[in-house]
Design a protein around this ligand. Sequence first.
Ligand code: ADP
Ligand code: MG
Length: 565
Amino acid sequence: MEKKQFKSESKRLMDLMVNSIYTNKEIFLRELISNASDAIDKLYYKTLTDKDRSFDKDDYYIRILPNKDNRTLVIEDTGIGMTALELEENLGTIAKSGSSDFKSEQEMEEDFDIIGQFGVGFYSAFMVADKVEVETKSVDEDKAHLWVSEGTDGYEIGSSDRKSHGLKITLHIKENTEDNHFDEYLEPHKIQQLVEHYSNYISYPIKMVVEKSRIKEATKDSEKPETETYLEDTILNSMVPIWRKNKNELTDEDYQNFYHDKRYGYEEPLAYIHLNIEGAMSYKAILFIPGQPSFDYYTRDYEKGLELYANGVLIMDKCGELLPDYFSFVKGVVDSEDLSLNISREMLQQDRQLRLISRKIDSRISAELKNMLENDREKYEKFFLAFGNQLKVGTYDNYGQNKEKLQDFMLFHSSKEGKLTTLKEYLDRMPEEQKYIYYASGSTIEAIEKLPQVSIVKKKDFEILYLTEQIDEFVTRTLGAYGEKEFRSVSSDQLGLEEPKENETEESKETAAADEKLLSKMKELIGDDVVKVKTTSHLTEDVVYLSTEGDLSIEMEKTLNTMPQ
Ligand code: ADP
Ligand code: MG
């Protein structure tokens, strides 16, 4: 065998793997399985373009073989395999553009958690193994080869007597340490669990011999039936995910089952969206609008995000980049063939791709909600009750950047019709002479309706939005106006209502003078709690009301006063 050194970038990556600063070591299995799947894909495409080859589905699979006695874990595939030259090129170096981006080890360590979510490729084997053997035979070559490495000090290449095409990788699993229980990678049930978690939707069967138990035939009819264990070759992955199926093959129930299987929520989802996008960036996605917020939704602990798959391989449980904050309640999966798993591909490229997907997702959720608002008001109100507050917060996130987009999703209680209204509906009902969109704040509708200021506006037959949650007034303030009509609190001293004309008679002048005296006396008595005491001709039943100068409502002033300055 011939001893060789790794190229420098590979050596560095290898160092990191061996010393393994990355805690999520179990992803090595996902990496090796995805390589095996890629290799079968390559062979599959070759058979499509080569008349002399045929593709029999049964010939293509991935097999896993843990062996506790030898402390080895074998992963074998029936893919395209590698020639001697390819072995050298692919496993001796990271021949990918991204590798030169790793300017320093320190920088890399800092980035490692993000990168680690994507993938570290073949070398991840060294996170769990102190020795790795690869036996492979290419479909294009008669000879088979062996590649062996014990880590950073290089690798050896020799020959192998492997007869069939494909690749077999043998991991010599490390001994347990205090922090790491490497033994578990030799346990079939652990392997099974990892495959189901990360590689469930790999499109080729992943097989393993699994121990199962059954009732002993001879004891079946007896009082105390005995069980026996037996071995069975089992396919660990479910292969075809629902999102790869055709929409018209699927029923509502299929989507609901998926929703429950994934534990997105206990109740039924309000809506789902199934996307199948082809283009510069191809991907499939299933998105759900849940029926209720999860118990932690309005807490700091809640983490938004969608499951992200790269061609059936799970990369992230919660990819936050895929959802804007105002839609953080959305659940679902995205699977793209165009995303790469590997560390060595440009991260920037990935960012751009994720942005592309997230923009589409944003617009599809918006369209779905708009549709619900227009065509199924009852359902929309249920939605708004559950997640409306998140949309409200969204209006003033990012300096109100999203307010235009979100304003039409808002619902408010109103003095008219006794039901929730959108701003557009309010505007459509508004008489021509009305200058502002009026609102009144209070903790309940009943409390608001008792406000003297409310009856002033109501007397004019103008509609008032009843803001019962503190956040509502933040929304009206962030929006400022809707359809060029400004929001105006009913407790403002400038309501834009026409004052009834008073005749300038001697008598009225006299009362005015008397009023003036009385008012200044009142101001004197109340002191600094008020700025000014005025008369008004608006009141009907009440004798006095409090108003604010400018546009703040009293409720809002209270809120602002309790906030740290
Ligand atoms: P990536 O999969 O992103 O290309 P990896 O580090 O995982 O990067 O693998 C490096 C290369 O080694 C692959 O591109 C492929 O050419 C080769 N390779 C790895 N595993 C296999 C396999 N099971 N069969 C054939 N080739 C493989
Ligand atoms: Mg790979």
